[in-house]
Design a protein around this ligand. Structure first.
Ligand code: NAD
Ligand code: UDP
Length: 341
């Protein structure tokens, strides 16, 4: 019988792409999401892409009764926990909300797993947990730290997971530190579709390309990088999705818990990203140079050896595919999902 997986936040950007790969790999999957940053119509899109009905329950991870019901209704083998808030600036303004959703939400999921006897969880962490003074490439053995409440929640969740494993040696955790997700599904049917103005570079560039915004504001061109703009490790969301399948498969094979970076090991500057997207969409995208954004680092990219060694994971898709798939999504699929659909 197929393993059954609960995806929290599974209608969101990374969750929806992971869902497609899990179905393709033969898993049964149930999604819960409260739709605070996704749309109900994504569920239909997932059905179109996979050809199987989407098992979606509208529920909040803060609602313990609803969580308990989902665990009673299904016999899960593992959980992949994506549900959470992710806007750094908002977390500075509303730290308590971030502690509540990201930390309490994960604790609720762990408690529901404990009651149901579910022993495997994959967790969405972030490169933001590295101590900001560490030089790239960032490896998993480096000291951690945080620069804002969002980063604090991710680091706290990692630590809670490690202590939960200590108390219950049967509990296995896959902590995945994502670098910068980019791109969309090749079908153009699912992609990044935030409910608010995006803070991140790629979704913002895509909205400049679509004409929603007049130009990209580049936060500083006086960094110590070849063109002066910030360098990040962009990883195609389809590669990230594949990393989750490998992670959950390792946990279900009862391999040891793991904590790994998911990145490509290669960094690109803001201007390189903008130029690559300009090529993908067929016009030079306008930009203006602005002062640096508070808290930004010049360069971050991953060391990728541990994910390869422990999970056999390597990213395979390059920058052109990230930009062309994003443009395909923005130009076709994104328009079909109405704000409340
Ligand atoms: P997303 O906002 O697209 O997806 C998150 C999903 O969780 C959304 O569908 C949202 O509606 C849902 N959700 C939020 N709060 C919920 C709650 N209380 N109960 C139920 N559902 C809830 O974000 P994403 O980019 O897919 O990110 C997924 C996870 O990965 C998040 O935990 C995020 O912090 C983490 N992460 C994202 C990035 C990134 O750049 N996208 C980088 C590192 C880590
Ligand atoms: N960036 C930018 N304009 C934007 C958004 C981001 O110049 O509208 C830059 C940002 O300063 C950084 C890079 O793009 O150098 C990636 O930023 P993002 O917020 O996507 O990721 P993070 O900084 O969290 O890794």
């Amino acid at each position: 019988m197929a393993f059954k997986i609960l995806l929290t936040g599974g209608l969101g950007y990374i969750g929806s792409h992971t869902y497609v790969d899990l179905i393709a790999a033969g898993f049964d999957v149930v999604i819960i999401d409260n739709l605070c940053n996704s749309k109900r119509g994504v569920s239909d899109r997932l059905e179109q892409v996979t050809g199987v009905p989407t098992d979606f329950v509208e529920a909040d991870v803060l609602d313990k009764a609803a969580l308990a019901q989902v665990f009673t209704d299904h016999n899960f083998d593992a959980v992949i926990h994506f549900a959470g808030l992710k806007a750094v600036g908002e977390s500075v303004e509303k730290p308590l909300q971030y502690f509540q959703v990201n930390v309490v939400g994960m604790v609720n999921v762990l408690q529901a797993m404990q009651v149901a006897g579910v022993k495997s969880i994959v967790f969405s962490s972030s490169a933001t947990v590295y101590d900001p003074i560490q030089p790239s490439p960032l490896n998993e053995g480096m000291p951690t730290g945080y620069a804002n409440p969002y980063g604090y929640t991710k680091l706290t969740c990692e630590q809670i997971l490690q202590q939960a494993c200590h108390a219950d040696p049967d509990l296995k955790t896959g902590i995945l530190r994502y670098f910068n997700p980019a791109g969309a599904h090749a079908s153009g049917l699912i992609g990044e579709d935030p409910n608010d103005i995006p803070n991140n570079l790629m979704p913002y560039i895509s909205r400049v390309a679509s004409g929603d915004y007049p130009f990209l504001r580049i936060w500083g061109n006086d960094y110590d990088t070849p063109d002066g703009t910030g360098i990040r490790d962009y990883i195609h969301v389809a590669d990230l999705a594949a990393g989750h399948v490998k992670s959950v498969q390792a946990l279900l094979s009862r391999e040891a818990s793991h904590l790994v970076n998911l990145g490509t090991g290669k960094g690109y500057s803001v201007l390189e990203m903008l130029n690559a997207y300009s090529t993908a969409c067929g016009r030079a995208l306008p930009y203006e140079i602005m002062p640096r954004r508070a808290g930004d680092l010049a360069t971050t990219f991953a060391e990728v050896g541990r994910a390869k060694q422990l999970l056999g994971f390597s990213a395979t898709r390059g920058l052109d595919e990230m930009c062309s798939s994003s443009w395909h999504w923005i130009n076709t699929g994104a328009k079909l999902v109405s704000p409340d659909g």
